[in-house]
Design a protein around this ligand. Structure first.
Ligand SMILES: [Zn+2]
Length: 428
């Protein structure tokens, strides 16, 4: 069994020795009390701090290939004229390379787990496992409201689920009906019963835009949240990305059913989808609030520290309350709450939790002076402060270096050039 000792590292305002045995944190003791001998690896933590690895609870990782295309257009146009035509060209190998880049970016910014929604999951799965990341990979169901595609989707979902039984413990299988405007009610009902029978997570987009809300009122005579409730989807196995356009009745429904909501502030701002995420109301109603980046085509990066900062600043300004989202809660939103949603025993640095952690390099201006570590982390630093990342007890990055990263950048550029041709890129 591999073990790693991290000595004299800053944790919760104190210096600690932290022992990792196998894939678990086994000891968190005062600094200097665990003798630094007899371990496979000893990391000197004296210029470092430790945090739980972030859980990016809503991502489309291979969309790194579209970083910087389709800028400055609204969501509908962005999807129909830019993203969907490019996505039609993707194959499993391209998705693999896009996801490899995403994994590098996530590891470099302290994320150890991501909840993905995309096609060609075998490509993303291979990338995540090679890079050593924990992830949830889901069968993405999108039928453009065409009921004739039901049987085909159903067979594909069942096949993907069977295939997932051979996956390593790092990866969990889930089902992703894309959204209420791209998936039929019949499909949602089926997905719900299949997920409940097989104890699976369901990951969807919910109430992202004003136009989705208007369309739902027009087509179903109710809000998107009420519609999902009518179809039986609301429950603790539902991960609802965005959950932005909500009435007080919607919030009560999400809370009472223990739904996991994922705030993606950078994506919402960039696509002008909205900004009044009802953090306090959802929390007080009983929803589990998580944080995500969304795909790189809309948020441009996968940096959870950047997302934390935007989330906090947004709450403060629209509520006119500088106390909104206290830093300690924000840390849970970015790690522990996501782990809960994805049924992973991570997000805390305590004995018995999974060894999914990030070490921060404090030898940089943003951490001096060290009056308040979390404030420095969220408001002064960004993802580049991450020095070392451990996931499932294995070191994925040390001293900011991930083996093989230069080759991956080169290959991803080649693949991206095949998907987005230069003339169209110029127009974009
Ligand atoms: Zn999304």
């Amino acid at each position: 069994m591999k073990n790693i000792l991290i000595t004299n590292v800053l944790f919760n305002k104190q210096r600690k020795d932290i022992l990792i045995e196998g894939n678990l944190i086994s000891k968190v003791e005062p600094a200097g009390t665990i003798p630094a001998e007899g371990y496979d690896k000893v990391i000197d933590g004296s210029s470092k701090a430790i945090i739980p690895g972030f859980v990016n609870s809503h991502a489309h990782s291979a969309m790194t290939l579209f970083r910087g295309v389709g800028e400055d257009v609204p969501l509908d146009q962005w999807l129909k004229e830019r993203i969907w035509p490019y996505e039609a060209k993707l194959d499993e190998e391209m998705v693999y390379w896009g996801a490899k880049l995403a994994c590098i970016e996530m590891i470099k910014t302290g994320t150890t787990t991501f909840n993905d929604m995309y096609w060609h999951i075998k490509g993303t799965l291979r990338a995540a496992e090679e890079m050593g990341m924990r992830s949830v990979q889901s069968y993405c169901w999108m039928d453009s409201m065409d009921e004739s595609l039901f049987e085909e989707n159903k067979a594909r979902l069942q096949k993907a689920h069977r295939m997932s039984l051979d996956w390593s413990p790092l990866t969990t299988f889930a089902i992703s009906p894309h959204a209420i405007y791209t998936v039929t009610g019949k499909a949602f009902r089926y997905i719900n019963s299949y997920a409940r029978d097989n104890d699976l997570i369901v990951h969807t987009h919910l109430a992202e835009t004003r136009s989705e809300m208007d369309q739902s009122e027009r087509d179903y005579g109710m809000s998107p949240t009420e519609y999902l409730n009518k179809l039986g989807l609301l429950g603790p196995n539902l991960v609802a990305a965005h959950s932005l356009w909500l009435s007080s009745d919607d919030i009560a429904l999400l809370g009472a059913n223990g739904v996991n909501t994922v705030h993606n502030p950078n994506s919402n701002l960039k696509l002008a989808s909205g900004y009044k995420f009802k953090y306090n109301e959802l929390r007080d109603a009983g929803a589990n609030i998580c944080l995500g980046t969304d795909g790189c085509a809309s948020s441009n990066n996968l940096d959870m520290i950047d997302s934390m900062k935007t989330a906090a600043l947004l709450q403060k300004v629209w509520r006119n309350d500088p106390g909104a989202i206290p830093l300690k809660e924000l840390m849970d939103v970015a790690s522990y709450n996501g782990a809960r949603a994805l049924r992973i025993n991570a997000g805390r640095i305590e004995p018995g939790y999974l060894a999914d952690v990030a070490l921060i390099d404090m030898n940089r201006p943003s951490f001096v002076p060290g009056h308040y570590f979390l404030a420095n982390l969220v408001y002064a630093a960004n993802g580049e402060c991450i020095d070392t990342v451990i996931c499932n007890g294995k070191i994925l990055m040390e001293n900011k270096y991930i083996p093989g990263e230069d080759l991956i950048y080169k290959k991803v550029q080649e693949v991206a050039d095949q998907v987005v041709d230069y003339k169209k890129k110029k127009k974009a």
